[in-house]
Write a protein that binds this ligand. Structure first.
Ligand code: HEM
Length: 382
């Protein structure tokens, strides 16, 4: 979910939106100092995501299930894993999420500035995901700390720190898996994590490292995304009183979901995903060789004036079909329903438990690429 653009066009302090808004029309395919080809236009990002034969997802030496798989193998893993993430599978967790959100909203201090990203978004994301996966409450604090450490390491672009943070996360996952393994290797328990450990692909159970990879993809990246999304949404509510009044007036789930998707389109904190070309290809007139590292820049594509007109124009219905916040094509986000439900429940609980959400005195702090969204959003609940 990160992106790097050349130093000379990305001075410190520039956020991914400002940077790519300025570049997109004159330099739609940026070849950066890391020898990556960054696609900035909606048409190119969409075409690359849909052409998974030319744009392979086998970008890493590390096992990435299902993100790093292509073709039939990807299809078989998605078929085995997607049932965990359908609306029907998520529905039983909704009352649990609502109770968690209501409790958090009632416990948050009133009248003092708090950070919407770390103190609301990350805490809610970790509690909701832990409840969904059946993970123990003792893991919540280490997971919240992990989200912050992961953002800090991504922001710094420090590979050693990122590797250390990834190893920490694997250790957390191992602490969840170990107690679910019986003496003969049988899987114990009946929660979602145990059910995942029983999944079979091609008639064989998932290997240990495959289970770890799936859980890393379900939680590691996504805890951070939900926290950043909550930051974006609360920033928008606090700084756009008309929007807040409209949403407070009581909108249905579909309307609230559409508004949230559109706010995230305007400021998409899930910046980019990687691909590698399997053959030479031309995008927006730029020739990209075979074997090239490519980035699909969702944040930029979602603000492309060729598709959306004014990138900041709020039109939930009109823009829905072109919204790329959750991707498109064979790798389209399988967690979309879960994310949508969590974000809707969090926003609703905060609106219901308060009479107003205001900006704090301190300015919000913009994330700088490679991370998107806001690093900190001071808000005051009354
Ligand atoms: C607001 C939060 C989220 C955003 C913005 C988001 C966005 C995305 C995007 C853009 C992709 C496409 C990646 C690509 O084409 O390479 C993706 C893939 C994925 N997402 Fe999400 N996601 C979110 C939450 C979640 C959640 C909650 C889960 C699971 C519990 C999840 C699991 C995944 C997985 C496993 C993939 C890889 C799918 C594949 O490669 O087939 N995401 N997500």
């Amino acid at each position: 979910m990160t992106d790097h653009l050349p130093e000379e066009i990305s001075p410190a302090g520039r956020d991914a939106r400002a940077l790519t808004d300025a570049l997109r029309h004159r330099n739609p395919v940026v070849h950066n100092v890391r020898d990556e080809w960054v696609l900035l236009r909606h048409a190119d990002v969409k075409a690359a995501a849909l052409d998974d034969a030319t744009f392979s997802s086998a970008v890493s030496a590390h096992l990435q299930i299902p993100n790093g798989l292509d073709g039939d193998e990807h299809t078989r893993f998605r078929a085995a894993l997607d049932p965990f993430l359908t609306p029907e599978a998520i529905a039983p967790a909704e009352p649990l999420f609502a109770a968690l959100a209501a409790r958090l909203a009632s416990e948050l201090p009133r009248g003092d500035a708090i950070d919407a990203v770390d103190e609301i978004g990350a805490v809610f994301a970790v509690r909701a995901q832990s409840a969904w996966l059946g993970w123990p409450a003792e893991l919540e604090d280490p997971l919240v700390a992990w989200v912050s450490a992961n953002h800090a390491a991504s922001r710094a672009g420090d590979r050693d720190r990122l590797a250390a943070v990834a190893a920490e996360f694997d250790a957390l996952i191992e602490s969840v898996l170990a107690p679910r393994r019986g003496p003969g290797g049988e899987v114990l328990g009946d929660d979602l994590t145990s059910a995942l450990m029983r999944v079979e692909v091609d008639g064989r159970p998932l290997r240990h490292e495959e289970i770890v990879s799936v859980l890393r993809n379900w939680t590691g990246g996504d805890l951070g995304s939900i926290a950043l999304c909550v930051g974006v949404l609360l920033h928008d509510l606090a700084s756009q009183p008309d929007l807040q009044r409209r949403l407070r007036a009581g909108v249905g789930d579909a309307e609230l979901d559409a508004a949230i998707d559109e706010l995230l389109r305007i400021d998409d904190p899930f910046v980019s995903n990687r691909r590698v070309t399997t053959c030479p290809v031309t995008m927006s007139g730029v020739d990209i060789p075979a074997g090239a590292k490519v980035k699909l820049h969702w944040t930029s594509a979602n603000r492309d004036e060729a598709v959306f007109g004014d990138p900041d124009g709020f039109d939930p219905v009109g823009h829905a079909a072109d919204n790329l916040v959750y991707g498109i094509g064979r790798h389209v986000c399988p967690g979309r329903t879960l994310a949508t439900v969590e974000l809707r429940i969090a926003v609703r609980a905060l609106l219901e438990a308060t009479s107003w959400i205001d900006r704090g005195e301190d300015h919000p702090v913009r994330e700088v690429h490679p991370v998107g969204g806001w690093a900190a959003v001071p808000v005051i609940l009354t």
